[in-house]
Design a protein around this ligand. Structure first.
Ligand code: DX5
Ligand code: ZN
Length: 218
């Protein structure tokens, strides 16, 4: 059970300090948005490179961008230990996933709430993680979409059938209130932005979320 706090809810003027606040987490989730795939713009390659230099924990890059076939490998080269592209934007996801792995990164595939998983199940051999979005991508602090839990269960079941170590991540509205149902549905990597960075003690929030998830492990 791994926790990946999203720095989208951190203080962008003090990112090194903000990363130090979550040094007990498993990953630092970095939301890259290009203003095209989603109606918001955050940060890109130079900032990911800078974060990789100072982060006490590995970077989990979530690319909400167009043309990931072209750009995603550069995030692996910039220091993203895990790089997740959106299936809705990828032209050749199998080749892209292989390229990411070839660069030494874990390859992740993200699916938006209205995107079904079944058509992409045959990509599992080339993936290390499937991210089931539990909000429409674009902004932090939105309400959790419990109606995505059947999709989480479906992905977990497909991963179980397939075998091997493929993680199932949830992202959006994950908090102490919602993490248990995510864990019960089969998620094992939990992104939380506002629930961690909105807390007085971010590290304590990470520990609390991990304990809740562990107690409800699938
Ligand atoms: C949304 C991002 C999320 C976001 C989560 O598009 O992908 O990672 O930061 O924020 P919370 O946890 O506040 O919903
Ligand atoms: Zn994200």
């Amino acid at each position: 059970m791994q926790i990946s706090p999203s720095i989208l809810s951190a203080d962008f003027a003090n990112l090194e300090t903000e990363l130090a606040r979550i040094a007990n987490a498993d990953w630092a989730h970095v939301d890259v948005m290009d203003g095209h795939f989603v109606p918001n713009l955050t940060l890109g390659l130079p900032i990911v490179e800078a974060l990789a230099r100072v982060s006490p924990i590995p970077l989990d890059c979530h690319l909400m961008i167009e043309d990931p076939d072209r750009w995603a490998p550069m995030y692996a080269e910039a220091g993203g230990a895990s790089v997740t592209f959106h299936i809705e934007a990828a032209r050749d996801p199998r080749t892209l996933a292989k390229n990411l792995r070839g660069l030494g990164a874990r390859a992740g595939m993200a699916i938006k709430p209205n995107t079904p998983f079944a058509p992409y199940e045959d990509l599992l051999p080339d993936l290390d993680m499937v991210l089931v979005m539990t909000v429409e991508p674009g902004f932090g602090g939105q309400s959790f979409m419990a109606d995505q839990m059947p999709k989480v269960a479906q992905v977990r079941e497909a991963v179980r059938r397939h075998g091997g170590e493929i993680w199932v991540q949830v992202d959006g509205g994950v908090s102490a209130k919602t993490i248990e149902e995510c864990a019960e549905a089969g998620a094992d990597v939990f992104v939380a932005g506002s629930a961690v960075y909105g807390a007085e003690d971010a590290a304590a929030a990470v520990d609390q979320l991990r304990a809740l998830a562990t107690a409800h492990a699938h």
